[in-house]
Ligand binder design. Structure first.
Ligand code: GLN
Length: 549
C-alpha cells in the first residue's frame, strides 16, 4: 500500500499548488521513492477538453488520450514520468460515474446522496493509484480554494481518509498566502489563520503549512503561524517567490518540506536526494551564453497559460542549447501582408501555434509565408502545420482557394480535411483524435536528423488532417511528408528540404518535453534559431566593419 500526501490551498487561487506538489514529488523521487501526482478539480465539466483556453489555460493531453488540467503537464515535466486519465478527476466525472451506477440499478433502491455516495466515489479514486503497487507515495492536489462550496465533498473525502488510514500513511499540506503590507512593513498571518480554521472546521487538520510570501518568514512569524494554526514551527514552510518554477524543488529542499513529510509518514531511513541532472539543467538555464528571440504566433496570447507546455518546452530546449529563449507573443489576428515584415523583424524563429476556428488564421498563413520566403526557422504545431500546408498550396502550388474544411466546409480545395472517423461524431467532449500514435519517419529527412530514429510516438489532439489526395502535388513542388502514421497513412510531419529549417507537425511535441528529456523538435528548432541569429549577427558586424573602413 502506498502512502498519501494531500495538498490543499487557502486564501486565494493561483498560489502555485501544482508547482509545490510537483516540487515535493521531485524531491521524494530524487530520494528513490516511486511517486505520482493526481489532481482533483471541483468543476462540473467532465474534463477540461471542452473549455475555452481563456477559461482554463491549456488542455494537457496524456499518453492514453485524456484531456486534463495543465498541472498534469507540470507533474510530467518535473518527474519525467507519464500520467494518465486516472491522474485527473473532476466533480463532473465523479457524478457521471455515480449517476451511471444509479441508472444501472447498482444502489439497490437506496437514496443516492453526496455523503456517502459521492464522497465514496471520490475516496475510491483518490486511493486508486496507490493500490496498483506501482507507487510508494501518491500526492493528491485538491483544486480550488478551501471554503469554496464546490470543493467541500473533496475535503470531506480527505477527512474520511485521514480518519480511516493509519496516522503515518497520510500527510495534509496546506498552501496559503502570507501577504506583506508595505505601509505597515509587516507580514500578515491572519488570512492564513482563517483559512486553516476553515479547513479545521471541516475536520481536516493540516500537518504542514506552506506559506507563499514575498518576504522571508522570521522565527517569530513561524512560531506565530505554528501556534495559531496548531502545527510545529518547523512544519511552517516558507515558499518565497522564485525566479523560475524549476528552482522551487531546491527551495523546498532547503526548507525540508520532504523531510517533514517523511517524518510524518514514519519514513526514517532515506538517502540524500540525487538532483544532479536537475541542478545541471538549472545552471544552464540561469547562465545562458547567448539569446534567441522566437515569435509565438497565436491567438490566445493574452493568457500565458494557454500555451503553457510550449513555453516550458522552450525553457527546456533553451537550457540544453545554452541560450536564453526570449518569446515574443505575436497576435495572429493583427498580422497583414502590409505589416508582416515589420511585425516579425528581428525574430530568429517562428512558431505557429495550435488552435481551433477561423479567428486569426489568415495572419498565421501570412506569417508562414514570411518564414518560408525569408528562410527564417519555422515550426508549426497542429493548426500551425495545417496553416503551413494551406500557405504552400495557395502560394507555391497556385491553388488560390485552398483551405481547411474546419474554416470553410465547402471549399473546392480541402487540402486540410476532417478525418474520416471524425465525420460521424456528434458529441464534442473527448471525441478528437487524442493521445499517443506511432509515426514512421522518412530516411534522410530533417525529421530523422531531429529525432535520430525512424519510429516515434507523439501525442495528438485534433479533428482535421492533411488531405492525401494532394500529397503528390505537394511533394512534386517541394513540400515533403516526412512522417506518416504507419497504420492509417495520415501525414504527421511535413517539411521543406530546401529551407534551412521548416517543419510542421500534426501532433503536439510540447506535451512530452520534460526537464530531463527535452522534446527533440524544440531542441533542434532552438538550435536552428541560434544559428540563424549568429549568421545574422556576423553579417551585421561585417557590414558595419565595411562601413567603418
Ligand atoms: N483545429 C485543428 C484540428 O482540429 C487543429 C487542432 C490543434 O491545433 N490542436 O485539426
Amino acid at each position: 500500500m502506498a502512502k498519501y500526501i494531500f495538498v490543499t490551498g487557502g486564501v486565494t487561487s493561483s498560489l502555485g499548488k501544482g508547482i509545490i506538489a510537483a516540487s515535493l514529488a521531485k524531491l521524494l523521487q530524487a530520494r528513490g521513492f516511486k511517486v505520482t501526482i493526481q489532481k482533483f478539480d471541483p468543476y462540473i465539466n467532465v474534463d477540461p477538453g471542452t473549455l475555452n483556453p481563456y477559461e482554463h489555460g491549456e488542455c494537457y493531453v496524456t499518453e492514453d488520450g485524456a484531456e486534463t488540467d495543465l498541472d498534469l503537464g507540470h507533474y510530467e515535466r518535473f518527474l519525467n514520468t507519464q500520467t494518465s486519465q486516472a491522474n485527473n478527476v473532476t466533480t463532473g466525472r465523479i457524478y457521471q460515474t455515480v449517476i451511471n451506477k444509479e441508472r444501472a440499478g447498482e444502489f439497490l433502491g437506496k437514496t443516492v446522496q453526496v455523503v456517502p455516495h459521492i464522497t465514496d466515489e471520490i475516496k475510491r479514486r483518490m486511493l486508486l493509484l496507490g493500490k496498483e503497487g506501482k507507487f510508494d507515495i501518491v500526492i493528491t492536489e485538491i483544486g480550488g480554494t478551501v471554503g469554496d462550496i464546490e470543493s467541500l465533498p473533496f475535503i470531506e473525502a480527505v477527512r474520511q481518509i485521514q480518519w480511516e488510514l493509519p496516522e503515518d500513511d497520510i500527510v495534509v499540506v496546506h498552501l496559503t498566502l502570507i501577504p506583506y503590507l508595505k505601509a505597515a512593513k509587516e507580514l500578515k498571518t491572519k488570512p492564513t489563520q482563517h483559512s486553516v480554521k476553515m479547513l479545521s472546521e471541516t475536520g481536516v487538520h493540516p500537518d504542514i503549512i506552506v506559506c507563499r510570501t514575498e518576504e522571508p518568514l522570521n522565527n517569530d512569524i513561524r512560531r506565530k503561524i505554528g501556534l495559531f494554526c496548531n502545527v510545529k514551527p518547523d512544519a511552517v514552510i516558507e515558499a518565497m517567490d522564485a525566479s523560475t518554477i524549476y528552482e522551487v524543488p531546491l527551495l523546498m529542499l532547503r526548507e525540508k518540506l520532504d523531510v517533514i513529510c517523511m517524518r510524518k509518514l514514519g519514513i526514517s531511513i532515506y538517502p540524500e536526494p540525487d538532483l544532479e541532472k536537475w541542478k545541471g539543467f538549472l545552471d544552464k538555464l540561469k547562465y545562458p551564453k547567448s539569446k534567441v528571440t522566437i515569435g509565438l504566433i497565436g491567438k490566445y496570447i493574452e493568457l500565458q497559460d494557454a500555451y503553457k507546455s510550449i513555453l516550458e518546452s522552450f525553457i527546456h530546449a533553451g537550457a540544453i542549447n545554452e541560450v536564453k529563449v526570449n518569446v515574443v507573443n505575436v497576435h495572429s489576428e493583427f498580422i497583414t501582408e502590409q505589416n508582416v515584415a515589420e511585425k516579425l523583424q528581428g525574430l530568429d524563429g517562428l512558431l505557429v501555434a495550435p488552435g481551433f476556428g477561423l479567428r486569426g488564421i489568415e495572419g498565421k498563413i501570412i506569417a508562414v509565408k514570411y518564414a518560408r520566403e525569408q528562410d527564417v526557422p519555422f515550426f508549426g504545431i497542429c493548426l500551425g502545420m495545417q496553416m503551413a500546408v494551406i500557405e504552400y498550396a495557395r502560394n507555391v502550388l497556385g491553388i488560390k482557394d485552398a483551405h481547411s474544411t474546419e474554416m470553410e466546409p465547402d471549399t473546392a480545395n480541402p487540402v486540410i480535411n476532417m478525418m474520416e472517423e471524425q465525420k460521424k461524431i456528434k458529441m464534442m467532449g473527448g471525441t478528437m483524435r487524442l493521445g499517443t500514435y506511432p509515426c514512421e519517419i522518412a530516411k534522410g529527412s530533417l525529421a530523422e536528423k531531429i529525432y535520430n530514429r525512424l519510429h516515434i510516438y507523439e501525442r495528438h489532439r485534433h479533428r482535421y488532417e492533411f488531405n492525401n489526395d494532394y500529397l503528390e502535388q505537394f511533394e512534386a513542388k517541394g513540400l515533403k511528408a516526412s512522417g506518416i502514421n504507419p497504420d492509417t497513412g495520415l501525414v504527421e510531419i511535413v517539411e521543406i528540404p530546401t529551407h534551412p529549417f521548416f517543419i510542421g507537425v500534426q501532433y503536439h511535441p510540447e506535451l512530452k518535453s520534460t526537464v530531463e528529456s527535452p522534446a527533440p523538435l524544440f531542441v533542434s528548432f532552438i538550435a536552428a534559431a541560434k544559428k540563424y541569429n549568429e549568421t545574422k549577427n556576423s553579417l551585421i558586424s561585417s557590414l558595419l566593419k565595411k562601413e567603418t573602413v
